[in-house]
Design a protein around this ligand. Structure first.
Ligand SMILES: Cc1cc2nc3c(=O)[nH]c(=O)nc-3n(C[C@H](O)[C@H](O)[C@H](O)COP(=O)(O)O)c2cc1C
Length: 179
């Protein structure tokens, strides 16, 4: 049984990326994994200060004791971390980017973990519309030592809320089932 941490960052609970995250969770739970989901948009947290306080004092030592603080521990104790975000201007949304930036404080402590990105956009999958967010995710992982990219799950044509296709939901479910 794996420990899976899902960080869902859309402000729209039950929106498109969140509904795919829920499918991933359903699959993962059916496979017997333990899942904790956090709605990132509900948290009070600030961007990384770049103060390098975390580098001067190794461990979980970010100088900002805000809502990110307990999440550091969850990162460290999870086998699998799932980011779920809408596509905002070809990239992850600001709420998730804050979390990603703040992992600077635990850069050296995530070795061996598997990360997934679940995202949804208004664009179709055909074409280059998701190239940037896929690259953003991979380059983020490349900043760490020995992290595995479990996969990127994309929900397309997500203009309204809760409009993910059965095919994209099945992809998210299967990714969770096989996590
Ligand atoms: C600020 C903003 C920027 C967006 N930028 C893009 C974009 O670059 N590409 C895209 O396909 N969709 C874009 N969209 C559409 C959303 O990604 C899409 O509606 C998504 O399914 C919303 O997911 P959610 O329900 O999980 O919040 C944007 C929407 C907003 C509000």
């Amino acid at each position: 049984m794996k420990k899976i941490l899902v960080l869902s960052s859309s402000a729209r609970k039950g929106g498109n990326s969140d509904s795919l995250a829920n499918e991933f969770i359903r699959g993962a739970q059916e496979s017997g994994h333990g899942v904790e989901k956090i709605m990132v948009d509900r948290l009070q947290m600030h961007g990384c200060l770049g103060c390098d306080g975390c580098k001067r004092n190794p461990g979980i030592c970010c100088v900002q004791k805000d809502d990110m603080f307990p999440i550091y521990e969850k990162f460290l104790t999870s086998d699998v971390i799932v980011f779920a975000s809408p596509v905002y201007y070809y990239a992850v949304n600001a709420q998730l980017k804050v979390v990603m930036d703040r992992t600077y404080g635990i850069l050296d402590q995530l070795k061996g973990k598997t990360f997934y990105l679940i995202t949804s956009g208004a664009s179709p999958k055909a074409g280059p519309f998701y190239d940037h967010i896929k690259e953003e995710f991979q380059l983020y992982l490349d900043c760490f030592e020995a992290l595995e990219n479990g996969g990127v799950i994309i929900g397309e044509n997500g203009m309204g809320r809760g409009v993910m296709s059965d095919r994209d939901k099945a992809e998210a479910y299967n990714a969770g089932k096989n996590a």
